[in-house]
Design a protein around this ligand. Structure first.
Ligand SMILES: [Ca+2]
Length: 486
């Protein structure tokens, strides 16, 4: 007599599945951390771009808090990622290169590892720590990852610059004879085939699969998209809104713009140095924006999966980039520069139950570790150097820091340092500022055309910032890692 014996069991299972609001309330928040690579906030429609359409990233902003003054701690991939994942400034970890922070932080838990240690399923798809793009993506390998951060990890191999389609090398190719090439080179490829040909399409597919598989346990899911990092490659269906390329409006070219920029402040990639004429510059912008639109579509697939799994109401969603990007401002291109477009990052944090907001307070990527960990009720390690932004998610008029700090760490003797407060952007080159200083009034000169550092009347502001920078560097180096490093 099976029937009478299984019926009560079925009823019990039904009750367990459909009752107990208390246990639902006790369910832990999930974390979906989405990071794009080399993405400037100025390319996103939710940050005011009039040409590029990013409806899916805008969806996150429509629910969360969008930060208008968020900054990376180092202006290129490796050290920026090592910093926000470890919770320490580059000067504290010494992780200045294309490296994992692990050898510098010993047994201390990284951001993802803290979740893992607290019973979360912690996983990454593609680039969270440094991976060389396009090299490591072509190979589908781990890059300089930190295995201890993850329960499982997945890579997304893609053809990158070698994708079949219409490719053009824009950089150092004045006679147009070079084919599409690899490396850290400006190349646009209008590619044949669909989203899944490329790394980011595969990353979205894997993330969707993981959400379906792990929806019933708490998870920390890091989803790393590699676009719009060069090469600017996307399926050709993403390009029509950005063509003809000639329609793009380049940033204003101000005569003598470089005259007041110290030599160390001229970026490593410039229109002149890359031999890109106006046609190529405009195509670079169009190719970049098509890559952003493709990446945005992949973001949408992951968000849809959260909703379909019924866990959007208990998943914190974060969207950001490892640093910003120049698209022709001052005739600069790409990253590394400490000017606004390169040092600033998009940052959106969406926490279920909290109001939509735009927050103009200063934030650093370093703040993600303590903010998200504390929102999930985890004990944040005492030595972590970021600040908890959680109060700003309830009241966007609050602030937790007077200035954001960033570094261009390339050359030890010639490092550049940025202090950005509400009013000023102060940049100095070298520890003693002997490589030159830039000071910009961000209220009256947001495009940073006039360096005030040498102008009469600004001596006091410069002297104060110089002192603040000395204090900041000292504070950054005062840490529990036991390093003393310059
Ligand atoms: Ca990057």
């Amino acid at each position: 007599m099976k029937f009478p014996r299984t019926l009560p069991l079925l009823c019990l299972l039904f009750l367990l599945a459909h009752s107990s609001p208390a246990s639902a309330a006790e369910q832990k928040m999930n974390v979906l951390f989405i990071i794009s690579d080399d993405l400037t906030a100025t390319a996103l429609s939710c940050y005011g771009n009039q040409v590029c359409q990013t409806p899916n990233i805008d969806r996150i902003a429509a629910k969360g808090t969008r930060f208008t003054h968020a900054y990376c701690q180092a202006t290129y991939c490796g050290p920026s990622r090592a910093s926000f994942m470890s919770g320490y400034y580059p000067h504290a970890t010494k992780a200045f290169g294309y490296v994992s922070p692990r050898s510098y932080i010993g047994e201390k838990p990284t951001w993802a590892q803290l979740f893992k240690n607290n019973g979360y399923y912690s996983t990454r798809v593609s680039k969270i720590y440094h991976m060389g793009v396009p090299g490591d993506i072509e190979k589908g390998n781990d890059g300089t990852d930190d295995p201890a951060s993850w329960t499982e990890r997945f890579n997304s191999q893609g053809p990158e610059w070698a994708a079949p389609g219409d490719g053009e090398t824009l950089e150092n190719n004045p006679d147009g004879k070079k084919p599409a090439v690899g490396g850290n080179t400006f190349v646009v490829v209008e590619a044949d085939g669909d989203d899944l040909v490329h790394s980011d399409g595969k990353t979205a597919r894997k993330a969707v699969e993981l959400i379906q598989q792990h929806k019933d346990e708490p998870f920390f899911l890091g989803v790393g998209f590699v676009r719009p990092h060069v090469p600017f490659v996307a399926p050709r269906t993403y390009f029509p809104p950005y063509k003809p390329y000639s329609k793009h409006v380049l940033p204003e070219k101000v005569p003598g713009d470089w005259d007041d920029i110290p030599k160390l402040g001229i970026n490593y990639k410039t229109s002149k140095g890359m031999q890109m004429d106006i046609r190529r510059q405009k195509k670079a912008v169009g190719g970049y924006l098509a890559s952003v639109a493709y990446m945005d579509r992949q973001v949408g697939k992951v968000l849809d999966a959260l909703e379909q799994a019924g866990i959007a109401d208990r998943t914190i969603v974060i969207f950001t980039s490892d640093h910003g990007y120049h698209l022709g401002e001052h005739d600069f291109w790409a990253k590394v520069s400490l000017h606004e477009e390169s040092a600033a990052v998009p940052l959106i944090i969406s926490v279920p139950g909290k109001s939509t907001a735009v927050c103009n307070s200063l934030a650093e990527l370093l703040d993600l570790y303590p903010t998200i960990s504390s929102l999930c009720g985890l004990q944040v390690p005492a030595g972590i150097q970021g600040k908890n932004l959680a109060p700003l998610l309830d009241d966007p008029t609050l602030s937790v820091r007077e200035a954001a700090f960033s570094v261009d760490p390339r050359n030890k003797g010639n490092r550049g340092f940025l202090l950005r407060d509400d009013r000023w952007a102060y940049i100095q080159y070298r520890e003693d500022a002997s490589g030159g200083i830039e000071l910009f009034d961000m209220e009256n000169d947001p495009k940073q055309y006039t360096n005030l550092a040498e102008k009469p009347g600004y001596e006091k502001v410069v002297a104060q910032f110089k002192q603040r920078m000395t204090e900041k560097l000292k504070a950054v180096r005062t840490n529990d890692l036991g390093h003393s490093y310059d």
